[in-house]
Ligand binder design. Structure first.
Ligand code: ADP
Ligand code: MG
Length: 244
């Protein structure tokens, strides 16, 4: 495994004449937790989506675990298989139980047998604190519990990189903590994580590195103390003044 699990070079992405990502160079080391912050519309989600090719970059390269996702001859599916993604909206299948939600992709994508898939799913539901909810349908779960199922589902694919796009933004305030707790534990276990978040306290406490984006570029990055505690750029200061 290369030292950098993610390596992005000169990444550009346009939607029509909307030039959204304007030259992103960026690395995530094995085991590193990177939080991406920045105003709405700055390209944070687009960046994350380019890392697992939910969006196809206009130019530049995206390497994940040494695999070039932008190489048309590369094995994109194989590379992508090791990337888990958790969205703001949980996107669970409503007519499947929690455990079934965690089994489906294992069976279809990884071709795991039902028994093995169930075992892995159960382990990961336990891991996110949902031991008593294996057989619950999403509608019977709180938003925080649904998001934890979504995390367990991603973990059931045994990813070596987890992407989180504002995983707590759709939650009632009292449910945010339980999801952040699960994410904090994952970080402590050594999971490599790229997290778009507005939770500055979480970023300060858990991130090894904070990246501030604005206008499709990385304006500044560094330790949480540097970027959140002592920002250098006017745009970073302005953003933090609004969110802190
Ligand atoms: P952020 O996550 O920082 O709020 P986004 O990456 O979602 O920013 O969006 C950045 C810009 O890209 C916005 O102007 C948005 O309208 C545009 N954009 C994002 N996704 C698409 C898409 N699939 N099609 C067209 N425009 C898009
Ligand atoms: Mg976004």
């Amino acid at each position: 495994m290369p030292e950098n699990l993610v390596e992005i070079k000169e990444l550009h992405k346009s939607f029509g004449d909307n030039h959204v990502l304007r030259g992103i160079d960026f690395k995530v080391a094995q085991g590193e937790v990177v939080c991406v912050i920045g105003p709405s519309g700055s390209g944070k989600s687009t960046l994350l989506r380019c890392v697992n090719l939910l969006e196809v970059p206009s130019s530049g390269t995206v390497l994940v675990a040494g695999e070039d996702l932008t190489d048309p001859d590369g094995n994109i599916d194989a590379a992508r298989r090791h990337i888990g993604m958790v969205f703001q909206s949980f996107n669970l299948f409503p007519h499947h139980t929690a455990i079934s939600n965690c089994m489906l992709a294992q069976q279809t994508v990884l071709k795991r047998g039902k028994k093995d898939a169930r075992k892995v799913a159960a382990e990961n539901l336990d891991r996110v604190g949902l031991t008593d909810k294996h057989d619950a349908y999403p509608a019977k779960l709180s938003g925080g519990q649904q998001q934890r199922v979504a995390i367990a589902r991603a973990l059931s694919m045994e990813p070596n990189l987890m992407l989180f796009d504002e995983p707590t933004s759709a939650l009632d305030p009292e449910l945010v903590g339980e999801v952040l707790t699960v994410m904090r534990r994952l970080a402590e276990e050594g999971m490599t994580m790229l997290v778009v978040t507005h939770e500055m306290a979480f970023a300060r406490e858990v991130a090894d590195r904070v990246v501030f984006m604005d206008g499709g570029v990385i304006v500044e990055q560094g330790t949480p103390d540097e970027v959140i505690g002592n920002p250098q750029e006017a745009r970073t200061k302005e953003f933090l003044r609004r969110v802190l």
